[in-house]
Design a protein around this ligand. Sequence first.
Ligand code: ADP
Ligand code: MG
Length: 384
Amino acid sequence: MILPPATLGMLGGGQLGRFFVSAAHEMGYKVWVLDPDPHSPAGLIADRHLVAAYDDYVALDTLGSGCAAVTTEFENVPADTLDYLTKFIPVHPAASAVAVCQNRIAEKSFLADNGLPHGPFAAIRSEDDIRNANAGLFPAVLKVARFGYDGKGQARVADRDEAVAAFQHFKGEPCVLEKMLTLDYEVSVVLARDEAGNVRCFPTGENRHRNGILDVTIAPAQASACLRDNAQEIAERIAEKLGYVGTLGVEFFVCRGELFVNEMAPRPHNSGHHTIDACDVSQYEQQVRALCGLPLATPRQHSAAVMVNLLGELWYEDGKGHGAYREPDWSLLHAVPGLRLHLYGKHHARPGRKMGHFVVTGDDAAAVLERALAARAAIGIRDE
Ligand code: ADP
Ligand code: MG
């Protein structure tokens, strides 16, 4: 067991890393963050911020010799970096598990090979693969296999010709072509798994997206108990098959009442932010526990919760990314009972950039949802 005041390493300095740093600090650990951005949200509050690229081996030597164990908050950390660090210290999750989650072709193949439910897809490495793809896949979404996030690197395509044009636009990068599914709604499961194979799930949450980016999470999901349990079981199987150690997020589509795995995130998940406010243990504390070999807590959600993401466009006069740059009027949110605001300290707001979020908690799920949606409108988030 790694106990305080040990120093933990974090690859990636985004908001997920920042919440990990806070959780680790609460528990008495020190944290060193490696992120190339000198203003990274986690780097700003870390005990030490190594401002370096993920493949800077001098910085990795420093991290490896100064920390007791290392984890990640950024799924695009090169697998070689994780492998290299295992020479010094325990690295969780392992490079092999991260590698599956960071490549959509590997991810979909993993689901198919393990009999896990997923939507129809084809791996696309050439224009010929598009020509040979099953006609039943169209209309479809073409997604680059690597480095896509928040709906980036994706194109909706009606037919083969559009798919070829999109593939060329992505410069022939390997892609997956997914059938466009009609979604009833989306859910996700965040879980933690330790080295002995114990798994603890947080309650299944319901996710609403806007322009391909998570907008609202309702926790627990409004779905039936049966569907929520089923999602947890599938997520547990994924964690086992990956030999996963740490906090994992699994996204699902629900189509005609059936679950399909969309994708996995080898790190805490945006849809698990509310665990800080609504559960007796957060997804970030579980990440610390799994990394350090502490017994995992059994999460208990004590309040209904709704999380709303705050994106960069809110910092602009028209709420869409145009006009004068100004700070949103936070007093509007602080006036709402049961609302907690979390801002990430990012230097500059760009449209679509995740700048912060708020969580409303309470006893009554319907009232919490109503209050959260009213606060969302009050701060200026509009549905087009
Ligand atoms: P990201 O890495 O950006 O989260 P996702 O693959 O999860 O990428 O896609 C983002 C969102 O786009 C999904 O949560 C869903 O709302 C929508 N989407 C993605 N793929 C499909 C699909 N095959 N059918 C219908 N909607 C989709
Ligand atoms: Mg996603």
